[in-house]
Design a protein around this ligand. Structure first.
Ligand code: NDP
Length: 252
């Protein structure tokens, strides 16, 4: 039996699609024939580059500037996508930030911005998407968690709390939405070579690598592959799961 993604013509939303893991997800879904609407916060040049790359490869992508911490902006953007395409099949909640600091020194901004983006952003985008998926009696939601939700490093209390919340939210939504045939899962990357992890990799390099079973960092594409699986027709019996893509980091 051939592998079949079943993604052709699906309407997808990916948050944080302008760089890193989100960009790899946008490109993967578009390469399988999905029409991908992606949100970015401010880096319009990076977003346009993604659109151009997807179009040059024969795919369809639309970049929309939406700050996921604004529930009004998210609701308006989701509504516009719903009106234009009359359905929403896939949501990948990928946008996320880090603001590492030791807890005693952590500023209000470092706590609030991380929780408002990594957790609040998922509520803000998912809530207006759900009615579409409910009426379709179908849908896939994938949330980007992190190995840090389970096994955090020093100075990551804010980020670890946000990703632990994502794991819990994923399971709760899987329960709530299963009767409408909406599948909800999370992907938890380890250390992936993107701008987000640059500082950690610069500071720790070999010491961190030695704790990863596969002795190397991951690539954005390797995380996108897991997301692609979970939104594809290959994963119709998978819900409420957190899939680690971490080279065995959590096992250490
Ligand atoms: P990057 O920093 O490379 O990219 C972040 C993306 O999120 C950008 O597209 C950025 O947009 C967007 N973004 C940030 N804040 C907002 C916001 N308020 N509204 C809309 N978009 C926003 O991150 P990664 O690709 O590395 O990470 C993606 C996800 O994977 C995150 O949830 C992260 O926590 C998770 N993860 C990453 C790991 C890693 O090692 N890289 C490890 C574990 C988890 P713009 O370009 O406009 O700034």
């Amino acid at each position: 039996m051939a592998f079949e993604s079943g993604l052709s013509g699906k309407i997808a939303i990916v948050t944080g699609g302008s760089r890193g893991i989100g960009r790899a997800v946008v490109e993967l879904l578009a390469s399988q024939g999905a029409i991908v609407n992606f949100f970015y916060q401010g880096n319009a040049q990076a977003a346009n580059e993604v659109v151009e790359t997807v179009r040059a490869a024969g795919g369809q992508a639309v970049a929309i500037q939406v700050d996921v911490t604004s529930s009004a902006e998210c609701a308006a953007a989701v509504e516009a996508i719903g009106e234009r395409f009359e359905r929403i099949d896939i949501l990948v909640n990928n946008a996320g930030i880090v603001r590492d600091n030791l807890m005693a020194a952590m500023e209000d901004d470092e706590i609030n911005l991380v929780l408002n983006t990594n957790v609040g952003g998922v509520f803000n985008v998912t809530r207006p998407v759900i009615p579409y998926m409910m009426s379709q009696r179908a849908g896939r939601i994938v949330n980007l968690s992190s190995v840090a939700g389970n096994k955090a490093g020093r100075g990551q209390a804010n980020y670890a709390a946000s990703k632990g919340a994502i794991d819990a939210l994923t399971r709760a939504l899987a329960v709530e939405l299963a009767p409408r045939k909406i599948l909800v899962n999370a992907v938890a990357p380890g250390v992936i070579e993107t701008e987000m992890s640059q500082q950690v990799r610069d500071l720790a390099d070999d010491q961190v690598k030695s704790r990863i079973l596969l002795k190397r960092y991951g690539q954005a594409q390797e995380v996108a592959n897991a997301v692609g699986f979970l939104v594809s027709s290959m994963a119709e019996y998978v819900t409420g799961q957190v899939l680690y893509v971490d080279g065995g980091f959590k096992m250490d």
